[in-house]
Design a protein around this ligand. Structure first.
Ligand code: FAD
Ligand code: DHB
Length: 390
């Protein structure tokens, strides 16, 4: 088989890139080792920047997102028993975020791909990129014990942090930067109305908590937990009790509890691989960088990478110019590092780090106090939270 762009990974970045390429008349095939049901069963991000929303529209896949997504003009930082609202809309000259789950966005992109008749191959084993250093790259994979081969012009590695694309690059050609945090997030989904109409990021002596939502009847809550915590030891009652303890009293008493239907622990990590291009192989999204979820940036960064790569590929095929492809790594990394910085900073100011001394604790308190009393400081948070331009 032959295609123009072989895309490894059918998460948000692979699907979004595939949809944009298809609409521009550029042939592509998406390969994923997982089944569609498995991909749609993963509960992840929930906050979309305006740039991500625009890209979904450009991919003509935004109708349900606009109908069902919730527009949020602010977030709340809760500490010292009180709420401190960050007015995103006012501080950024009219920008907002859209609350719409990654699962739904992935669903919409999969549906549109099916309608467009473009090929997706799920449950492909041993997907391997080859010869991307030369002019004739190819991808091989196995299905039902048979090895298949796809010849292509370019390979887009959209296969997440644990994917094969980054691992296929020789060690000497890539540099990685990593920070692992000494805690995780325990998250649940429950069909109960959210405690507040905006997200609450809470810093409490017992640890961080986040109150988010998927709709006005479905809540997503997280609490910071030790890395070695066992999920079996967290029944729903323990989770709700812990969440309530970490919120200011006026919120805690309004939390509506109910059975959770998803519960998982995610580790927190910052990671960047440089460069993001290896001749005809491009790394996109989590394959190239991971951020701790505190700034709600992971999915949005994947989207901005897709934007830069799509522009480059379109210029290559339409205008016979490689300028965009040549600039891809530098453009994507410049934006990624700013999101890495913001996500690290949000994590630092909102979590309790094991073993923190009195000095560091005082610095954290001063930072939060400054944020809630200085318009300049709040503006810096707001412009990063709604997303830097791309
Ligand atoms: P992915 O969504 O990881 O998609 C990669 C795809 O590649 C997958 O479908 C996978 O099956 C496939 N794949 C992997 N390896 C191979 C292979 N060898 N061969 C073929 N296919 C392969 N972000 C936030 O903003 N907020 C959050 O709350 C949040 N929570 C998260 C929780 C978890 C547990 C994780 C892992 C991430 C979370 N993120 C969150 C980050 C966000 O979900 C990611 O940034 C986003 O999914 C990136 O999209 P992607 O398409 O680049 O990668
Ligand atoms: C959600 C996740 C985040 O990491 C975040 O910062 C905000 C919201 C969520 O899953 O809804």
């Amino acid at each position: 088989m032959r295609t123009q762009v072989a895309i490894i990974g059918s998460g948000p970045s692979g699907l979004l890139l595939g949809q944009l390429l298809s609409l521009a008349g550029i042939d592509n095939v998406i390969l994923d080792r997982a089944s569609k049901d498995h991909i749609l069963g993963r509960v992840r991000a929930g906050v979309l920047e305006e740039g991500t929303v625009r890209l979904m529209d450009e991919a003509r896949s935004g109708a349900r997102m606009h109908a069902e997504g919730l527009l949020h003009d602010g977030i709340s930082l809760a500490f010292d028993g009180r709420d401190h609202r960050i007015d995103l809309f006012d501080l950024t000259g009219g920008k907002r975020v859209t609350i719409y789950g990654q699962t739904e966005l992935t669903h919409d992109l999969m549906d549109h791909r099916e309608q467009s008749g473009m090929l997706s191959i799920n449950e492909a084993a041993n997907v391997t990129p080859h010869d991307f250093d030369g002019n004739a790259p190819r991808v091989t994979y196995e299905r039902h014990g048979v090895t298949h081969r796809i010849d292509c012009d370019f390979i887009a590695g959209c296969d997440g942090f644990h994917g094969v694309s980054r691992r296929s690059v020789p060690d000497k050609a890539i540099r990685t930067f990593e920070k692992v945090y000494p805690f995780g997030w325990l998250g649940i989904l429950a069909d109960v109305p959210p405690v507040n109409d905006e997200l609450i990021y809470a810093n409490h002596p017992r640890g961080f908590a986040l109150c988010s939502m998927r709709s006005m009847s479905r809540s997503r809550y997280y609490v910071q937990c030790p890395l070695d915590e066992k999920i079996e030891e967290w029944d729903d009652r323990r989770f709700w009790d812990e969440l309530r303890r970490r919120l200011p009293a006026h919120h805690a008493e309004r939390v509506v509890t109910g059975p959770s239907f998803e519960k998982s622990i995610a580790p927190l990590r910052s990671f960047v691989a440089e460069p993001m291009r290896f001749n005809r192989l491009f790394l996109v999204g989590d394959a190239a960088h991971i951020v701790p979820p505190t700034g709600a940036k992971g999915l949005n960064l994947a989207a901005s990478d897709v934007h830069y790569l799509f522009e480059g590929l379109r210029e290559h095929y339409r205008d016979r110019s490689n300028a965009g492809l040549d600039a891809y790594s530098q453009r994507a990394l410049a934006r990624a590092w700013k999101a890495v910085r913001f996500s690290w900073w949000m994590t630092t100011i909102l979590h309790r780090f094991p073993g923190t001394g009195a000095f560091d604790q005082k610095i954290q308190e001063a930072e939060l106090d400054y944020l809630t009393h200085s318009r300049a400081a709040a503006t810096a948070l707001a412009e990063n939270y709604v997303g830097l331009p791309f």
